[in-house]
Design a protein around this ligand. Sequence first.
Ligand code: AMP
Ligand code: MG
Length: 496
Amino acid sequence: MAQNTPPPLSANPLAGDGSAPLFPFDNSVLNLPPRFWRRIAPQPVRAPRLLALNRPLAADLGLDADRLASPEGVAALAGNTVPAGAAFVALAYAGHQFGNFVPSLGDGRAVLLGEVIDRQGRRRDIQLKGSGPTPFSRGGDGRAPLGPVLREYAVAEAMHALGIPTTRALAALVTGERVLRERAEPGGVLVRVAASHLRVGSFEYFAARGDGEAVALLVEEAIRRHYPTADGALSLLEHVVAAQAALVARWMAVGFVHGVMNTDNMAISGETIDYGPCAFLDSYHPGAVFSSIDTMGRYAYARQPEIAAWNLGRLAGCLLPLIDRNEERAPAAAEQAVNGFFPLFRREWLGLFRAKLGLAGAEETDGALITDLLARMSRGEADFTRTFRGLVTGRAREEFADPSLFDDWAEAWRARLARNPPGTDATALMRAANPRIIPRNHRIAQALAAAETGDMAPFSRLVAALARPFDEDEATRDLEAAPRPEERVWRTFCGT
Ligand code: AMP
Ligand code: MG
């Protein structure tokens, strides 16, 4: 593989005694040829302040949280200085945005600080989002408003606590500068941790340029980082298909709507990435759309599986020459791999929803029982999270505008529960599968509004509650509540 030696960077003037580095970087990205990344210079912000620091995650990454919270750490997390050993690069990628191919996107407002090896020996990227313009900014300001930064922090950490693969949030900062969107808003920086930032769009960037050598290097990189047992491009594709099927099934099981499933927002690792106008369902509706820019409902709740498969088809297209040199065999093999998504998704989805209903073992009609409940929830405008949690507490029927919708279904459900294998603890199954606390859109909105006035208390309280989504806790009953009509959030914004 081509070796690229980056030019030396200016030393960090705030570095402590010069002994241990702030981050124990181990950067593999710089081993990729320079056309994969652009070195960028720090774009300091005026008065960075740390608003949230994820201490357990810092420890997991082998970082000193106290030092991260010190002036030296804050300067590095804000992108004001380049910590020793940092890569400090923006990555190149392309992407299909709402179905249309854009050949050059890239990190327009993010910098890959570098990679560290965590306590479990896993390589993880540390990225600053909102850290300033890059060669990929395309006229954008390279900045992020504080609202979306805190939103991504809270939702990513909630997803993690729900057991869903996701990028993590290490820190959130306010920059002391304003960014201009519909209005002037405080600027923020999110410090994000990912298994990698390889996206479907990374492959598309090079495939669109006819750079087969680069695509082959990406295949090697993806296998090395995420699927060490994969053997070649087709095998990699099959692994990514399986990871995405498992991921999207998990989204469906908690009522999560990603909102912008463009191919540049789909990670090869199978982690949820790029939280923008995402939302959790309040009342259940398969066609639910929150994103203000998704006017056609392309990324509606129930369309997420087919969109994931469509995106995987774009990945497959990039890999064709590596799958088989024979121009007839390659597309057939790729298509078969991508179509494998649907049975895998179905199996994952059934497993997750069986647990949500407290069902053990498998009966032919389980799928119909689940679908029937969902159809009734849609008709009865039942709250997604509260209805499923209500199966445990016995209060599910109260969530339906017309409770008889539930009662008619519950007869068949109880009969099926009675056929669970002996010794099944259905209540325990349901308690572990149906969260009590999710990042409800109106709670997030309230926490962000308070944060903008300088009051971080609601945000901190929400984040703490989201870390234990399945536990009963009298002190956080208010966070369980569905929004009152006037609180309900119908539209979410990406803040780009
Ligand atoms: P996103 O909506 O975050 O998935 O971003 C889509 C593309 O737009 C990516 O290439 C981003 O880097 C770029 N982008 C988003 N916001 C900005 C911004 N404020 N300045 C420059 N580029 C941006
Ligand atoms: Mg993105």
